[in-house]
Ligand binder design. Structure first.
Ligand code: NCD
Ligand code: ZN
Ligand code: ZN
Length: 424
């Protein structure tokens, strides 16, 4: 039992100085000048902000067959240090999460090792469409993931005839897509196969590659009013496509942006080389600015997720064609965005909307995403004034590196509660 006193409670719709009582895993009481009860630990939050724990809807925590990169313990430890209390893991694991057996295997490992709440996606394959509706009834399945273009792992769902089936037969389940056009990737791969400069990645998987797949899948989703979520949106073209269909009344359409597309551009290959290789790739300044200005500021972007995708240094140090795509970020993402709050470019309410409230709403998690009586006590207490440098020492991911090392930020996560337990 805890009593958080003197802090400012922040929800997506405003902030108030209030005390918060935690009991039995829940936020049991919110009010002015609450008195500590016997046996309650009092947390002094004067000058601090009490935020709903973040929900990261896009992570790869590896484990099982890829536990040399990350495991559920190290990955979720990194998460809580970043103020994240719920993560949704993608199905491109080893083994891939595509049937009952692989789902149970993953959930068992999660129960043994994860220290924040973790839900999982199941992957769509050309062969499992018959079982998906049953599989997604599992309460710990966050949704379906479909790789319309190939990425790390070998889950591919690029047969356009099946996109219609997937979205019409699973209308009530959220379907998140990796939207890049496989045929264009293959053509460009052939065309540029002799170039080894990592910067070629942003050409092989150019803006048009993302736009083609994104537009196509949105058209299919719109036809069925399916719950469609565009993962890691990286270009202005995709942004305008999402905006266009939202304006047409496609209310079940949502999208996310990730830190690497908001904080890096193709100029950063010089310094970061293959460490910056990620799918979809980093883009131009113009795209990056559009994500901030037309995407986040104007409200087209719903969610800020990380696509936390750790690989080892040895793996990343290889030649462009061998180095795997993806980079870690689950821990760093919060403080990066909080720095924008500190700079006055983003409100604290918007931060909470992108990180907690909207993910809960879009994924229909009614028990979290808000600091409110009766909800799960998933809470992060932030000191947002504190200068904060991202250092190797602070990082908890097993992969042991980050493209954000050395970044000077603002904001420190000082306490984290997951379902009423003080985990940080
Ligand atoms: C991800 C991974 O490594 O699992 N890599 C990446 O480049 N983003 C897969 C994915 O999200 O596409
Ligand atoms: Zn992806
Ligand atoms: Zn991913």
């Amino acid at each position: 039992m805890f009593l958080i006193k003197g802090g400012v409670v922040v929800n997506h719709d405003g902030r108030k100085e209030l005390d918060v009582r935690i009991n039995d895993g829940l936020i049991s009481e919110i009010g002015h000048d609450l008195e500590a009860k016997e046996g309650e630990e009092v947390i002094n939050a004067a000058g601090k902000f009490i935020l709903p724990g973040a929900i990261d809807v896009h992570v790869h925590m590896r484990d099982l067959g890829a536990s040399h990169k990350e495991d559920y313990k190290t990955g979720t430890t990194a998460a809580i240090h970043g103020g994240v209390t719920t993560v949704f893991e993608m199905p491109n694991s080893n083994p891939p999460t595509i049937d009952q057996e692989s789902l149970e295997l993953k959930l068992k490992a999660v129960d043994e090792r994860a220290i924040c709440d973790m839900k999982v996606y199941v992957g769509a394959t050309p062969d499992n469409l018959d079982i998906l509706p049953e599989l997604t009834k599992h309460p710990r399945v966050a949704g379906i993931k479909a790789y319309l273009g190939s990425s790390t792992g070998n889950l591919l769902f690029d047969n356009k005839d099946l996109w219609d089936r997937l979205l019409s037969e699973n209308k009530d389940t959220l379907v998140a897509v990796h939207a890049e056009c496989e045929c264009m990737i293959n053509q460009n791969t052939e065309k540029f196969k002799d170039i080894h400069d990592p910067e070629i990645h942003s050409v092989i998987r150019g803006n048009d590659v993302a736009e083609a797949a994104t537009r196509k899948i949105i058209e299919v989703g719109f036809k069925h009013n399916a719950r469609l979520h565009i993962a890691h949106m990286s270009t202005k073209e995709e942004l305008f496509a999402v905006k266009e269909y939202k304006e047409k009344g496609y209310t079940n359409l949502s999208c996310e942006v990730c830190p690497h597309h908001l904080f890096f551009t193709t100029n950063d290959y010089d310094k970061l080389s293959t460490y910056l290789r990620v799918n979809p790739p980093v883009r131009s300044k113009e795209d990056r600015n559009a994500l901030w200005e037309d995407g986040i500021a104007l409200g087209v972007v719903d969610i800020y997720a990380t696509d936390h995708a750790p690989h080892t240094v040895e793996e990343k140090e290889q030649d462009y064609w061998k180095a795997p795509s993806g980079m870690p970020a689950v821990q760093e993402a919060g403080v990066l965005l909080m720095s924008k709050v500190h700079e006055g470019e983003l409100s604290l309410e918007k931060f909470v909307e992108l990180r907690s409230f909207k993910p809960a709403e879009i994924y229909r998690l009614e028990d979290r995403g808000y600091i409110k009586e009766g909800l799960r006590a998933d809470i992060a207490i932030w000191d947002i004034e504190k200068p904060f440098k991202i250092t190797k020492d602070w990082l908890k991911s097993k992969c042991g590196w980050s493209n954000y090392e050395g970044f000077d930020c603002f904001g420190e996560v000082q306490h984290v509660f997951v379902e009423g337990e003080k985990v940080l």
